[in-house]
Ligand binder design. Structure first.
Ligand SMILES: [Fe+2]
Ligand SMILES: [Fe+2]
Length: 183
């Protein structure tokens, strides 16, 4: 498969919902660069995890978290009047697990990067390289408590952290504990 921006847009159509063209370009370019640096031919094959999560695919998880995060933002805006920057929440959510493309290899193993770097570190590096600001990076790195000593510093970071965690735990309950098969 040709590794192109169009191919990234095809598997992550939510990128088109980022209204700021500069932010949108950075998000899709980070996905494209990480894909090109990887051994993966098809992004749809990348797993969410190796050794757990029953073969759930990364893109399925990411797209599910995007929907949950945007719904949470919409709800707290509606019921609490809390303003959420949709573009920035969307950008951080789309990027939050992109390093997994490099943490897991197509042969089913964990990569040398996985052994050396904590989850989110390489994503933070790519975000800074593309000129994204520290608060946006904070949204991404704080979603993973196991790998970050910093706390969320924005409403958007808090939504992403709990949207990601809630999605993962609900699906684990359904699949691992109750034995429901992925539809
Ligand atoms: Fe993660
Ligand atoms: Fe995630």
């Amino acid at each position: 498969m040709e590794k192109s921006v169009d191919a990234v847009r095809a598997v992550l159509p939510e990128i088109a919902d980022i209204s700021d063209p500069q932010l949108r370009a950075k998000v899709e370019n980070i996905w494209l660069q990480v894909w090109k640096e990887s051994e993966w031919d098809n992004l749809a094959d990348v797993p969410k995890n190796v050794g757990k999560d029953n073969g759930i695919k990364l893109l399925v998880h990411v797209r599910s978290v995007i929907r949950i995060s945007m719904a949470m933002a919409d709800s707290i805006a509606h019921f609490h009047g809390v303003k959420v920057d949709q573009d920035r929440l969307l950008a951080a959510t789309i990027l939050h697990d992109v390093d997994k493309v490099l943490l897991y290899a197509p042969n089913g193993s964990k990569s040398p990067m996985y052994k050396a770097l904590p989850h989110t570190l390489y994503t933070a590096h790519k975000m800074l390289e593309h000129g994204l600001d520290h608060e946006l990076v904070n949204m991404v790195i704080t979603h993973s408590e196991n790998h970050c000593t910093k706390a969320p510093m924005s409403v958007e970071a808090m939504i992403l952290k709990h949207g990601d965690h809630g999605e993962s735990e609900a699906v684990r309950m359904a699949v691992d504990v109750l034995g429901k098969v992925n539809a």
